[in-house]
Structure formats: structure tokens, C-alpha cells
Design a protein around this ligand. Structure first.
Ligand SMILES: C[S@@+](CC[C@H](N)C(=O)[O-])C[C@H]1O[C@@H](n2cnc3c(N)ncnc32)[C@H](O)[C@@H]1O
Length: 239
């Protein structure tokens, strides 16, 4: 039997938001590989998938390092992709779980690239992204008629960042991902550029500790959870 690697998006939190295709693949694979969360509370992606897993599948949780050190990260991705390749070479089917969609700011991307170079057969199953689920939950359309949408990770949240300033000036709908930790600087920028009234902050959508805050001023001085996103519409009130 030939081995195969699957990247499976499990959606943002609610297990009912997993796709039928993901469920079908869970029933075909030998191994489910899940990234362990940073706080040592197990794997969020695995907790979302669990109601859909059968008794026979082997579950392996793998720790990924919590660091911005590129060498440490690369070594870890090399090691984990070799670990996965070991199973594939023995004819096993391995599914790697990922929050939201696998191709959007996901650790899966680093494994996917390495395993592709090693000629492993791969299939990626899309998942509902966090920001699409947030838009539906909060009732904030992200693209009407000719509107534009930008997705911005936290690395650009610095005051005076040229890319961020351009986006704030020109884009109609902005999704700020990784809005964790303190976001006071980002709130200032949104206030200065007429986005504050059209902003909503959402943390842990569909998970325990969910927060939906339509007045982003209330998020000042708070260390926000890692799974936090802020959606902003220019010159519009969401209320
Ligand atoms: C590593 S990225 C994963 C993105 C994911 N692949 C997706 O398609 O949404 C992690 C970021 O996704 C967002 N996120 C993921 N799950 C979320 C949730 N349940 N509630 C709010 N934001 C979430 C947050 O911005 C978080 O910092």
C-alpha cells in the first residue's frame, strides 16, 4: 500500500464546522497527527476533530517550538517532516490537523513544502478560516460589490509601518490575525484612520473562553489570547 499525507483544516472551533470530506478522510487514515498547543493543554485542532474520529485511528500529538528563531523552527519542521515521511514510506496514511484552513498562516505549510520536495503524495483539505467564521458569527460582510479585503498578521502592527499604513488607507475590509497580546497600538491606528467604529475583536470563536467585543476600546491594556482576530471596516459602523 502506498502512503499518503493529508493536511486537514478543522475550522476555527465548532466541531460542526468540519467538512464532510475531512470526516471521510479521518475514516481512511492510519494516523492523525496534531500540533500540541503552547499552553500544554493538548491540541486545540485535535479537540475540534475528536467527535469525528473513530476508535481505531492512532493519534500522535507533536510539539512545535514556541520561538521566532528561524533555525530552531526550521530544524523542528525538518525533524517533523522526516518523522511523517517515515510513516509514509511504510505505506501509512497520515492526516495532519490544522486550525481553520491549512493554507492560511498555518504550520502545515512548512511541512507541506518539505514533503512535496521529497515527492510524497499529498492532499490538502480546506477548512473554514477563522475570519470567515467570525464574519458569519458577527454578521459583518467582508466583501460587498467592489470592496477589497486585506489579511494582516501581527508583524505589521507597528506604528508607522508602511505596509500597514497603505492598507489602512486603501483597503475596505481588514482582517488582523494574531491579534494576541496587547493591541493598544493597533487600536490607536484604527482610531486615527476611521476604522474604530467598524471594528470587532473576536477571541477563541467556538471554543471555551469565546469573546466577541464590538467596542475595541475595551481590549486596551489586556493580554489577549493567542487565538484572537480583529476585523475592521473602513468608515462603517458594525453596530
Ligand atoms: C496560526 S494562525 C491560523 C489561521 C488558520 N489557519 C485560519 O485559517 O484561520 C492563528 C490565528 O488564527 C486566528 N484564529 C484561529 N482560530 C481562531 C478562533 N477560534 N477565534 C479567533 N481567531 C482565531 C487568530 O488570529 C490566530 O492568531
Amino acid at each position: 500500500m502506498k502512503g499518503k499525507f493529508y493536511g486537514i483544516g478543522v475550522g476555527p472551533g465548532d466541531p460542526d464546522l468540519l467538512t464532510i470530506k475531512a470526516k471521510k478522510i479521518f475514516d481512511e487514515v492510519d494516523i492523525i497527527l496534531a500540533p500540541e498547543t503552547k499552553d500544554g493543554k493538548g491540541s486545540t485542532a485535535l479537540n475540534i476533530a475528536k467527535p469525528h474520529l473513530n476508535q481505531r485511528v492512532e493519534i500522535i500529538e507533536k510539539k512545535f517550538p514556541m520561538t521566532y528563531d528561524v533555525d530552531v523552527l526550521n530544524n523542528s519542521y525538518d525533524e517533523i517532516s522526516d518523522f511523517i515521511k517515515g510513516f509514509i514510506d511504510r505505506g501509512k496514511k497520515v492526516a495532519f490537523l490544522t486550525l481553520g484552513d491549512p493554507m492560511v498562516y498555518s504550520t502545515y505549510i512548512y511541512l507541506f513544502k518539505r514533503l512535496k520536495l521529497k515527492n510524497v503524495e499529498i492532499e490538502t483539505i480546506p477548512g473554514i478560516t477563522s475570519f470567515c467564521a467570525i464574519a458569519s458569527k458577527v454578521g459583518i460582510p467582508l466583501g460587498e460589490n467592489e470592496e477589497t479585503i486585506a489579511i494582516v498578521p501581527s508583524v505589521y502592527y507597528k506604528k508607522g509601518d508602511e505596509k500597514l499604513e497603505n492598507i489602512l488607507k486603501n483597503v475596505d475590509n481588514i482582517v488582523f490575525m494574531k491579534a494576541s497580546g496587547q493591541i493598544d497600538g493597533l487600536i490607536d491606528e484604527l482610531d486615527n484612520t476611521g476604522h474604530k467604529k467598524g471594528s470587532v475583536f473576536v477571541s477563541r470563536l467556538g471554543l471555551d473562553g469565546q469573546i466577541i467585543e464590538e467596542d475595541i476600546e475595551n481590549r486596551r491594556g489586556i493580554k489577549n489570547n493567542y487565538l484572537s482576530t480583529l476585523v475592521a471596516k473602513k468608515n462603517k459602523s458594525i453596530r
